[in-house]
Design a protein around this ligand. Structure first.
Ligand code: CDP
Length: 209
């Protein structure tokens, strides 16, 4: 069983993906970490994440041990990720890894921006998880504070708007719901309600409980 979750930053897709994976006992991949890892690999070498040749070369060198870097969760990594993620060569270099993950016996749960459209167009259940940008900024702000990181709400909001814009406008794998995706707006839902709604959709779609 393959479950694809896409959506903008801080929409709650990661939390939902983890919970669905636990519920169905499937492996989970947060594909955003791959782009974050590539962005950070360049930044840590003193390079510029807007340098397409450097980013593509880094993506071709990607190995799974890059995913254990704790700095990947930070905002600097997110910004670098959204820059390198707009580059066709970077996306191309990361496709095989993601398709292999999706193709594991038994299936997988993968979250990102283009999972239902590009990586796993044949997924059994596709969700497009969204929320208003203000609600998402509020969630991300609290998440950053909870992790002990300094955060200023207007900056978080501006950062999300910029990334939404960049992720939606890019020509390669833009952030759009797959035609057959269930659009789940979590603006007025807490984590539990969002999970119940997502689970009900997946059960209805796949017949698995
Ligand atoms: O939840 P948040 O957007 O903060 O983080 P993420 O999901 O780790 O994504 C970071 C950035 O990676 C996004 O802004 C996208 O530009 C990019 N990304 C992508 O292009 N395709 C994916 N499948 C996943 C992430």
């Amino acid at each position: 069983m393959i479950i694809a979750l896409d959506g903008p930053a801080a929409s709650g897709k990661g939390t939902l993906a983890r919970r669905l994976a636990a519920h169905f006992d499937l492996p989970h991949l947060d594909s955003g970490l791959l782009y974050r890892a590539v962005g950070m690999a360049i930044a840590k070498d003193g390079g510029d994440p807007s340098d397409e040749a450097a980013a593509t070369a880094a993506a071709r060198r990607f190995t799974t041990d890059w995913l254990s870097d704790p700095d990947l969760r930070g905002d600097a990594a997110a910004r670098a990720a959204s820059q390198v993620a707009a580059m066709p060569g970077v996306r191309e270099a990361l496709v095989d890894f993601q398709r292999a993950f999706v193709g594991q016996p038994g299936g997988a749960v993968v979250d990102g921006r283009d999972i239902g459209t590009v990586i796993a167009p044949d997924a059994d259940a596709k969700l497009f998880v969204t929320a208003t940008v203000e609600v998402r900024a509020d969630r991300r702000f609290k998440e950053l504070l909870g992790r002990g990181q300094a955060a200023i709400y207007p900056d978080v909001l501006r950062d999300l708007r910029e990334r939404d814009e960049r992720d939606s406008r890019r020509t390669v794998a833009p952030l759009v719901p797959a035609e057959d995706a269930y659009v789940l707006d979590t603006s007025a839902l807490d984590a539990e309600q969002a999970f119940e709604a997502a689970l009900a959709f997946v059960v209805g779609k796949t017949g698995r409980r």
